[in-house]
Design a protein around this ligand. Sequence first.
Ligand code: SAM
Length: 380
Amino acid sequence: MIALAQCRAGFEREAAADVAHLAAAAGAQVRGDIGGGAGWVAAELAGLDRRRWREALAASPAVFCRTLFIGTGPHALVPAPGSTPQARGPVDRVTPLMAALSGLDATADALWLEYPDTNEGKALSTLARALGPRLETVLRERGLLADASAPQRAERNRLRFHVFLADGATAYVGTSIAETGSAWPMGIPRLRMPGRAPSRSTLKLAEAFAVLLGEREHELVHAGKRAVDLGAAPGGWTWQLAQRGVRVTAVDNGALKGEVAQDPLVTHVRDDGFRFRPRRPVDWVVCDIVEQPSRVATLMARWMKDGDAQRAMFNLKLPMKKRYAEVERATAIIDAGVGDVDVRLAFRHLYHDREEVTGFLERATPSRRATPSRARPRRG
Ligand SMILES: C[S@@+](CC[C@H](N)C(=O)[O-])C[C@H]1O[C@@H](n2cnc3c(N)ncnc32)[C@H](O)[C@@H]1O
């Protein structure tokens, strides 16, 4: 089988390390070198047990893979030059793709047509848009794809078909499970830049909530919650929180910009984010300070250990070469730093993250210092 992962161009080594870790956790062997191209990697896996792969994905999701599926490939979509005499007319890519998809011996609820998130890859978007509906029609005729109008099945382990166009002549096909897979084709969220937010990094926090909290997003981030934003200026993350009705203490020596500076839910504190602590525990600490990952990891662990926040969402900046090792180091620092406090930790290289990853840390049990927050009406 092939494991195919998409990532930000330039992060192929890290995505390959993710795949190798998952394969090892699932008891599979990686055959040969992990290959691929800009923005994607493909690994041939031997001895893959799907149940163990699923468990490995659920236990420790990939950090740098935007999407990840198991399947087959590469499949040639156009005859090799000089092989058989080509009939005139447009190239039929549907027939070889249908043969490849049928060979997966699976049925799915959706079909995702994907291509590398690079300038070369974007040239394939027209082809992908044309192929998608045609493939869906044939897949439905053959009973391999659920009807779009049918209510979504509630059971676990719903599958998605992936067709990844490596280029116009080559594709990989496979399936991923909705629960453990990306929320969006190519891992690209459908988030529009809010015109009133003071900085584009507001999208990072919006994506972090969507990806790392999933269905719990509305339960955990809503009016009545309290947050501290360390390194808040110019205010994109604070804006994102206040927009959801969260009361925010924005800590930064720099100025907040735009409407967030006057927002009654926001208190601006000019202080050092590594020193500041709230008088009483908060629901969230978020941190976007540009600092060494080890310092930020130590800080977040301390907030958790001391019970100053129930949950943390933070960025680790990774300008160094050994990015994967740096994330592992931060994980070890947090594990050691929280002591005997039971926490859950996940890192993800989000679509809106550049040379950085986003971490989500939460106490498994409420802090004894924490006080229940009173619900306030959501702002319009
Ligand atoms: C990447 S920006 C934050 C952007 C912000 N999250 C947003 O969405 O607009 C980093 C901020 O961290 C602040 N900063 C750097 N070191 C800090 C420290 N020790 N304490 C508090 N803020 C700090 C900088 O002043 C800067 O405004």
